[in-house]
Design a protein around this ligand. Structure first.
Ligand code: ZN
Length: 134
């Protein structure tokens, strides 16, 4: 695993959270993107080397809606950059970690993504992400 690529924060409303984070980080949101399959709308911010992803549910079955119903708004996941997501998934699977999918999926911001179940990581949802070739 390489650096932390971004932090994911679950919010009730991007409309409300985007201006708040623009004010907080003193930088404009550089991208919003819907990932339909995952039932989320995302908004991205860069602040120096740091990246933040805000996530809003697009329907009540969305994992983000379920997360907020259970825990409220807040930090949802930590994403690590990897250079070979398949190899990293295999390494972690062989080491006994529980992955949420067999294969990487197409995520927001031009990434291949895979998630580790919080049960196997002391309660933290971890995302692996690898830049997709354009
Ligand atoms: Zn993410």
């Amino acid at each position: 695993m390489e650096k932390i690529e971004h932090l994911g924060i679950a919010v009730n409303s991007l409309e409300e959270a985007i201006p708040l984070y623009e004010l907080l980080l003193n930088t404009k949101c550089y991208k919003t993107e819907e990932v339909e399959r995952e039932g989320v709308k995302t908004a991205f911010f860069k602040n120096g080397p740091n990246k933040i992803e805000l996530l809003e549910a697009t329907h009540s079955d969305s994992p983000i809606a379920k997360f907020i119903a259970k825990k409220g708004e807040g930090i949802h996941h930590i994403a690590f950059a990897v250079s070979d997501i398949k190899a990293e998934m295999n390494r972690l699977k062989n080491a006994g970690f529980q992955l949420l999918s067999e294969d990487p999926k197409i995520g927001a911001d031009n990434k291949w993504v895979a998630f580790l179940h919080p049960k196997s990581t002391k309660g933290v949802l971890l995302e692996l992400c690898q830049e997709r070739d354009q």
